[in-house]
Design a protein around this ligand. Structure first.
Ligand code: AMP
Length: 134
């Protein structure tokens, strides 16, 4: 548990949430400011700020619960969003995956996708660099 972390306090039961489901390492509950009906957050019970800072057990628990909950709340179309880091829009500094249904009226996540040009030599060089680090 991290001091002052609102999601750690939810996991601990110190503050309430609209809980949907949980497993050993993860919890799913409704977002209190939903973009659409069913907007859900799936979080690890063990505190970590960013995706890569979760341990393998947390990552597995979150992935399993994410799939299970998405099958129920996601409907026909949905987005899964995860912000890691303030610069990426993370406001609550405890890992959380948003499941955001896209309803028939268009409510849900709006994404501006500023795609770059395809450059295979550049992509190959980048992939080689990242492979070395992995
Ligand atoms: P992010 O910008 O990815 O960090 O998103 C944080 C999300 O947490 C927002 O969508 C908030 O509405 C949501 N949120 C903040 N506090 C609570 C809370 N107590 N219960 C449920 N959702 C919350």
């Amino acid at each position: 548990m991290s001091d002052g972390c609102i999601f750690c306090r939810i996991v601990a039961g110190d503050i309430p949430c609209h809980k949907l489901a949980e497993n050993d390492g993860a919890l799913a509950f409704l977002d209190i400011m939903p973009l659409s009906e069913g907007h859900t957050l799936v979080i690890p019970k063990k505190h970590a700020q960013k995706v890569h800072e979760m341990d393998d057990e947390s990552a597995q628990s979150v992935a399993v619960l994410l799939r299970k909950v998405a099958a129920v709340v996601g409907g026909e179309n949905y987005n899964v969003l995860q912000n890691s880091g303030r610069g990426a829009g993370q406001e609550v500094l405890h890992v959380h995956f948003h499941i955001i249904p896209k309803d028939a009226s268009g409510n849900g996540l709006s994404v501006k996708w500023n795609a770059g040009e395809t450059n295979h030599p550049q992509l190959a060089a980048q992939a080689e660099k990242f492979r070395q680090e992995l």
